[in-house]
Design a protein around this ligand. Structure first.
Ligand code: TXA
Ligand code: MG
Length: 314
């Protein structure tokens, strides 16, 4: 189906992807249409193996090579100079291209069988939380795409780390499954976008748009806060009995407002279950979701980033 230009959702170790032939303008255009995705947000090209990089990128830089050696196949995307032949639709008119080799074996098998590079954003309606189950993909995209590979994966639960590797000082554009600390161990010059010396204009185009947002209003409470401040949110006048969903690492105080509650055992477990929790809260009709933030280290940076974006209302 992919080789025929159709849209197929498939699992990866991060979130489900919505794949189409990256070499077909028509197929790529249909991804944007199915998701309602703004045309200025570029797509990541997924490859079955590292050797395929030359089909979409012009040059594999030293930093990209080091990062792929260390973390690929896995939850990392490297941004490189684009091969001129690749459609401008995929890169949203940029002269760069993001490539990723998924850690999930099934995903790589799909890519191998397809035989073409596959452009794949997260398989959700644009602006909604990403999907970590095939049922969530069906909920968002049924009738708009051609097939869903109904398998389980999404071990990580948050998207790949996107690193612009075009210069010798790579810039982390989106935190994700591979932590900044781990990246710096391999390429010490790597910097995070938004940090003091990195202009925000480098940010991924995707960061301009609303992301990861459920229907319910999301509030983030600081992990270091005492229970009382959490209670403050739960007592807010807008909340009514049973209409609040709560997720976090620490036990939350009893409150009649809370109708759905999930306490995760660790940051990785929280990351894995976060998007599905947001979706479950919507399914149960919650009007507000209170999320406890986590310490910034490691995967925590990516999880906090997604919470903040889920909470941001444009
Ligand atoms: O884990 C993932 O990366 C998942 C799975 C399916 O692989 N995919 C994913 O794709 O999260 P998407 O489209 O939801 O997010 C891709 C992000 C966007 O923020 C986009 O702006 C950025 O990567 N991006 C893609 N190509 C880029 C480029 N050439 N330059 C800068 N940012 C780029
Ligand atoms: Mg996405």
């Amino acid at each position: 189906m992919l080789a025929q230009g159709k849209l197929v959702a498939f699992p990866t170790e991060t979130v489900f992807g919505l794949g189409a032939n990256a070499l077909s303008d028509k197929a790529v255009a249909s991804i944007f249409k199915a998701k309602g995705r703004p045309a200025d947000n570029p797509l990541i090209v997924h490859l079955a193996n590292r050797e395929q990089w030359a089909s979409v990128a012009a040059e594999l830089t030293e930093s990209a090579s080091k990062l792929l050696d260390a973390f690929s196949p896995g939850p990392i995307t490297v941004v490189l100079e684009k091969q001129p032949g690749v459609s401008d639709l995929v890169s949203a008119g940029l002269d760069s291209i993001g490539i990723r080799i998924p850690g999930c074996e099934i995903a790589r098998e799909v890519l191998q069988v397809a035989g073409v590079p596959i452009a794949a954003p997260s398989a959700n309606v644009s602006g909604r939380p990403s999907c970590t189950t095939w049922q969530a993909v069906e909920e968002d995209l049924r009738g708009r795409i051609d097939a869903i590979l109904c398998l389980e994966s999404a071990e990580v639960g948050l998207e790949s780390t996107v690193v612009d590797c075009r210069s010798s000082d790579p810039i982390v554009l989106r935190s994700g499954g591979v932590s900044l600390e781990a990246i710096k161990e391999v390429v010490p010059a790597a910097r995070l976008v938004g940090s003091a010396d990195v202009e925000v204009e480098f940010a991924s185009p995707g960061t301009r748009h609303p992301h990861y947002q459920p229907l319910a209003r999301v509030t983030v409470v600081e992990f270091s806060n005492e229970d009382e401040s959490v209670m403050g949110v739960l007592r807010a006048p807008a909340t009514s009995e049973g209409k609040v969903a709560y997720c976090g690492l620490k036990a939350c105080p009893d409150s009649k407002a809370i109708g759905l509650k999930r306490i995760f055992a660790s940051v990785p477990e929280y990351s894995k279950g976060f998007y599905e929790f947001l979706r479950e809260a919507d399914r149960q009709g919650a009007t507000q979701i209170v999320c406890e933030s986590v310490p910034e280290g490691g995967l925590g940076a990516a999880l906090n980033d997604r919470m903040r974006r889920a909470a941001a209302r444009g």
